[in-house]
Design a binder for this molecule. Structure first.
Ligand SMILES: *[C@@H]1O[C@H](CO)[C@@H](O)[C@H](O)[C@H]1NC(C)=O
Length: 237
């Protein structure tokens, strides 16, 4: 009799555990809304919804790891991440040449960009996914002035660390100023992360509530301009 009760208890325990995990799990979804178009077909044959779903998940895990967010309470509260491949007519929202964008945990990928991309489109879109998934999880400095360039710099830093920097990016040490954003800022952040392991994770954590260039002083003991000068000197510029 006792044996049966134990079994029953164990069963309840298992059910409870899986319910809990189900509650906390992030849902990943991908849709091709451009199927039938040349770009949509190229997406299906060279990338695919199943692969994209897997990448949304592995990118998220990579980002949490890089941000050193070991527990869920440290992360942004996000229940699902979705990807849509869709036609984005040139000039939509006043945009030109935008490959993808993220809004409200949704990532939208430009099907025409997939169509006309020259080279390994799977690798390119995977890199873009790492960048866009970062936008889903990173803190935004509460929308304060100056945060935008770091938001884009951190997203490209993640793409760089994941091994998906494209060949058209600037090389380390290149660029005119630390706040050019994107690849220029990404390489600079990589330099800063080399000075202090986990710098980008700490910077992101600080950006939960605010943004200030003073964060560089607080974390590395130097102004961002001094750090940029050191960085340029290191590469002989
Ligand atoms: C979508 O991609 C194409 C090809 O790169 C580009 O010409 C177009 O401007 C992009 N759409 C937007 C809204 O940026």
């Amino acid at each position: 009799m006792a044996y049966h009760y134990e079994m029953l208890f164990f069963l309840y325990y298992l059910i409870g555990l899986s319910a809990l995990q189900g509650l906390n799990a992030v849902e990943y979804q991908a849709f091709n809304y451009a199927s039938g178009t040349t770009g949509g077909t190229r997406f299906d044959t060279q990338i695919g919804v199943e692969y994209s779903r897997e990448k949304l998940k592995s990118a998220s895990e990579f980002i949490w790891q890089t941000f050193r967010q070991t527990s869920e309470t440290e992360r942004k509260s996000v229940q699902s991440v979705s990807l849509f491949v869709e036609t984005m007519a040139d000039g939509m929202n006043g945009w030109h040449g935008v490959p993808a964008y993220a809004v409200n945990n949704e990532i939208h990928v430009n099907a025409t960009y997939i169509e006309v991309y020259k080279g390994d489109v799977n690798r390119e879109i995977t890199g873009i996914l790492y960048h866009e998934v970062t936008h889903v999880w990173q803190w935004d400095g509460n929308g304060q002035p100056g945060a935008g360039v770091l938001i884009e710099g951190v997203a490209d830093f993640i793409r760089l660390k994941a091994g998906y920097a494209p060949s058209h990016w600037v090389k380390p040490g290149e660029g005119n100023s630390w706040d050019q954003g994107y690849d220029v800022t990404a390489h600079f952040l990589d330099y800063c992360d080399g000075l202090k392991n986990g710098f980008v994770a700490e910077l992101n954590a600080k950006m939960k509530t605010a943004y200030s260039a003073q964060f560089f002083v607080e974390l590395l003991g130097k102004t961002v301009d001094q750090l940029w000068a050191d960085y340029k000197a290191k590469y002989g510029n």
